[in-house]
Design a protein around this ligand. Sequence first.
Ligand SMILES: [Zn+2]
Length: 274
Amino acid sequence: MPELPEVENVARALRDNLTGVRLTGLQVGFAGILGQSARKTRSALVGKVLTDVYRHGKYMILWFEGDDGSMEYLMVHLRMTGQFFILDDFVPDKHVHLIFEFDGLDVHYRDIRKFSRLDLVEDGVAPAALAHVGPDMMKVRFSEWHKRIGSRKAPIKSLLLNQGIAAGLGNIYVDESLFLAGVHPETRPCDLDSETLHDVLKRGKHVMRLAINHGGTTFMNFRNFYGKPGNFRRKLRVYGRGGQPCRDCGSKLEKTVVGGRGTVFCPECQALST
Ligand SMILES: [Zn+2]
């Protein structure tokens, strides 16, 4: 599933390639991924110029401006398997549901599982549809994040995955951040001092920044805009490495379940503090 770094890469690619380009057509194969009808979506967007792509957590909002200055915003949530492709030699298959025609350049939107969602929203930064989503993990300040998480009694792993507290972290980067901060995934934030919590946030931001710079992590279906897999996977310290030796201390990494999610951690480097 694409997480914040993967979504950031897609947002950057859309911005780099399409800013200032007019949407001249929109072909809709499967309208079930659209929040509004194909007709409504088409009439809102076609003829307008893409002016920016804003990212919040795992959501992207594409900004379209009309010649009269009117704005339309298309919010995209890739969910499990949503992908944009901008390849000259891309051959559409049955999983391509939308083709955005950008002034002669076809951008294909593909989604094998069809869980993704593209909605027209009323605001380019803070639409009502995002009201339940917390601040972006890359941008949130420690003081605000600490207010939201510091006194909580649930396992820290579950809280880091809770998009209402802060948006963007998913299973991969949560396991990586907790390993780097030396924090057991079942620790309760209320049992941690603020210095340690600060470290968790810092490591989380750091690991996501690294992943963004490596094009994201590829698992199964994520491909970036250019059809290339991300190459961050081999940098991962714990995620997907259960049963293998810890790269820091050599202990066997343990695999467990926290809050219903598969979790890998090092029993030595991440001892449970209570
Ligand atoms: Zn270790």
